[in-house]
Write a protein that binds this ligand. Structure first.
Ligand code: GUN
Length: 287
């Protein structure tokens, strides 16, 4: 039987609609409008599209958004000066530095400069540490979006074997940590696989849940998936003029019990979770 399609676009729309209500309640109670400042350095067209989509979603949810566009030649010091201004601006609650940054800039230095209280991406080591200890201030947007999809699709996560493909700081590593925590859409037995993993297909075939975040188009083929597994595809790869995920979607739908499409799966959820973090940051600012 073909897999159920996990409709991330629809789930994200529901979450965003609920969030709009929460934002307006917060504004009524505090007279403070949540405000996300986005920093876009360079002219990567995909980044420009992502940032525009994030801003549109902010507008629709009643969250103010401002865009700080910087030329590719911006220096690290120039970026740090802007981050410092945003850190110190009481009207700004969330700061999003869109990645990748231009090659001559040390990403880590810039990301570490964002004050942890405005770190809506949950990239700062203080926030990563809190998350790993199971007492999160913010949750990282993409892994949190994946968790919400597991929850709304009714996937049994507790006790399941979840295999995360990829060990990036943005998705793979935090995803694995969140799935292993105690709690909702968690309590899984987690294996992390990466480019140096041996016998990868043997491992993925043991998975009840596969989260693919390795950035290789159609990497997860049907023979790597246990019949009935739930497959979450975090990949966004451009192949010719098409966007494809890390999963070989058509054939895998014949084996999996549920699967996320690309586009329309995890992507919209990332944005919804960013909005939620921005509201959280605004709440933190008034406490
Ligand atoms: N570039 C790709 N994904 C992300 C993300 O989640 N946050 C930021 N800031 N940049 C990205």
């Amino acid at each position: 039987m073909a897999a159920a399609i996990i409709d991330g676009k629809a789930v994200a729309a529901q979450l965003r609609s609920a969030l709009s209500g929460e934002v307006s309640k917060f504004v009524d109670a505090t007279n403070v409008q949540p405000h996300l400042a986005a920093v876009l350095a360079g002219d990567d067209p995909a980044s420009a599209v992502y940032v525009r989509n994030k801003q549109k979603a902010c507008d629709a949810a009643g969250i103010r958004s401002t865009l700080h566009r910087l030329p590719t030649e911006i220096t690290e010091d120039g970026l740090l000066t802007l981050i410092s201004q945003l850190n110190n601006d009481p009207a700004v609650h969330g700061i999003l530095v869109q990645l990748p940054l231009p090659g001559h800039v040390r990403e880590q230095v810039v990301l570490d400069a964002v004050t942890p209280l405005k770190d809506v991406d949950c990239f700062h080591p203080e926030n990563v540490g809190l998350m790993v200890q199971g007492r999160p201030r913010f949750l990282p947007c993409t892994p949190h979006g994946v968790q919400q999809l597991l929850l709304t699709s009714g996937t049994q996560v507790a006790g399941a074997h979840a295999v995360v493909l990829g060990r990036s700081e943005i998705v793979g590593k935090p995803m694995a940590m969140m799935l292993v925590q105690r709690g909702e859409a968690a309590d899984a037995t987690v294996t992390i696989c990466h480019s140096r993993t041996q016998g990868l297909a043997e491992i993925t075939r043991q998975a009840d849940i596969i989260v693919a975040a390795i950035g290789k188009p159609r990497f997860v083929t049907a023979d790597m998936v246990k019949p009935g597994a739930v497959v979450i595809d975090v990949g966004i790869n451009r192949v010719g003029d098409k966007l494809v995920g890390d999963v070989d979607y058509g054939p895998v739908t014949e084996v999996a019990s549920a699967i996320t499409p690309v586009p329309g799966g995890v992507g919209p959820m990332t944005i919804a979770m960013l909005l939620q973090n921005t509201l959280t940051a605004a709440k933190i600012s008034v406490t």
